[in-house]
Design a protein around this ligand. Structure first.
Ligand SMILES: Cc1cc2nc3c(=O)[nH]c(=O)nc-3n(C[C@H](O)[C@H](O)[C@H](O)COP(=O)(O)O)c2cc1C
Length: 193
């Protein structure tokens, strides 16, 4: 697969993922997909996968049979801060769209970064009947210079607490403080990185 990601980032490709917490299930090898490709999935209301396009299957390394009806957390990478997913779910369950940078894990333990757009899918009466996500290749410089350091701090805030609940409070508080310092809402923050 072509290496893509746009930009002439000074840090180049030496990045890798350095804040791995569960090395036994990760290879440290990054996968890339084409700038023109879109990774698509749909879920039911509980986040179980109801559709995945060929690019999804190819990049994540699963067959359709393996992934259908599985929880989307199947491709969750352990370095992702939980507060990002809380924000994602709070937003889409509230009927709104969200953009987020997400690190995913492939079946064999490789990983890949995406810039995800997640939206509710509604029926004719406006009722939410499921969720839909389109993911593109993220800007390399944004990943390396903004997202990796931010997620590392958020993960550390979570791991520094005695339990998951307190961890989520700590990292969500850190995000709230960051947005307050910058005097922006989350969507504006993400859009202007
Ligand atoms: C449409 C949709 C797409 C999602 N895409 C991803 C994804 O690409 N990677 C991911 O880790 N979680 C994704 N999630 C969030 C997962 O449902 C889940 O909340 C997350 O993996 C964290 O897992 P956990 O809640 O079990 O900790 C998506 C959810 C929805 C509704």
């Amino acid at each position: 697969m072509a290496k893509a990601g746009g930009g002439d980032c000074s840090l180049g490709v030496k990045l890798g993922v350095t804040f791995v917490t569960d090395k036994s299930r990760l290879t440290g090898v990054e996968r890339y997909f084409d700038d023109n490709d879109i990774i698509v999935s749909k879920t039911n209301l509980k986040g179980r996968i109801t559709y995945a396009n060929d690019v999804f299957l190819q990049v994540a390394g699963y067959t359709e049979k393996e992934i259908l009806d599985q929880p989307h957390s199947l491709i969750r990478h352990p370095d992702m801060p939980r507060c990002v997913f809380k924000l994602l779910w709070d937003t889409i369950q509230g009927g709104h769209e969200i953009f987020a940078y997400v690190l995913n894990r492939c079946k064999n333990g490789d990983h890949y970064w995406v810039y995800a757009h997640v939206t509710p899918s509604c029926d004719a009466s406006g009722e939410i009947v499921g969720y839909h996500s389109n993911r593109r290749v993220p800007d390399r410089c944004i990943i390396e210079e903004a997202i990796i350091p931010l997620y590392k701090d958020l993960k550390a805030a979570e791991d520094g607490e005695s339990n998951r609940k307190q961890g989520l409070v700590a990292s969500s508080g850190a995000v709230a403080n960051l947005l307050q310092e910058k005097n922006v809402q989350y969507d504006e923050f993400v859009a202007t990185l």
